[in-house]
Write a protein that binds this ligand. Sequence first.
Ligand SMILES: C[S@@+](CC[C@H](N)C(=O)[O-])C[C@H]1O[C@@H](n2cnc3c(N)ncnc32)[C@H](O)[C@@H]1O
Length: 192
Amino acid sequence: MSFADVTRWVERFEAPERAVWQRPAEVIAALNVQRGDRVADIGAGTGYFTLPLARAVGEEGVVYAVDDEPAMLAHLKRRAAHEHAPMINAVHASARDPRLPERVDLAFVANTYHHLADRRRWLARLRRGLGSDGRVAIVDWHKRRMPIGPEQAMKLSARTVIEDMRSVGLRLARKESFLPYQYFLIFTPTRS
Ligand SMILES: C[S@@+](CC[C@H](N)C(=O)[O-])C[C@H]1O[C@@H](n2cnc3c(N)ncnc32)[C@H](O)[C@@H]1O
């Protein structure tokens, strides 16, 4: 799927009615981000979650807005400048590597995990970019028929995501259930 037509995706992703089911303020609150944190918003898209994450980490923090689509990255840079959010840094990922510039406290992956071509290899790379207490949060579509969301065949079940994470040493630490169409899972490194 191409995300190069930014105008089209801004209309879709930034539509005011999205907040009814996406509940961005509640999602950000549940992430429990601290001021000064280093956060990666992977598959940042138009910056729907990037801007509130930037407000949560504050000027002493960092938000890496990671995407593999150059047109989205150009849009994110313009938006960060326009919103006076210097803590946002655009990162050009490859399809198989999020290319995090440093270890992060939180990797947030919203509506993107099901797009990955080689999930386990990608996750192994992501895992290396996590700090010792680094968390991974996944928001993605339930694999059931719903009035909105991607085609059924594209979706991944929460169980598949949990198994993928386990394969790279991440365990499910918390599960939020307030989103009507999506699962919201938070993983932490497995302690041995
Ligand atoms: C459906 S959008 C989600 C955007 C945003 N997270 C949101 O919820 O509004 C998916 C985004 O992930 C990006 N993407 C897809 N595969 C990617 C990959 N392997 N690495 C980084 N970004 C990717 C796309 O370019 C697109 O901007």
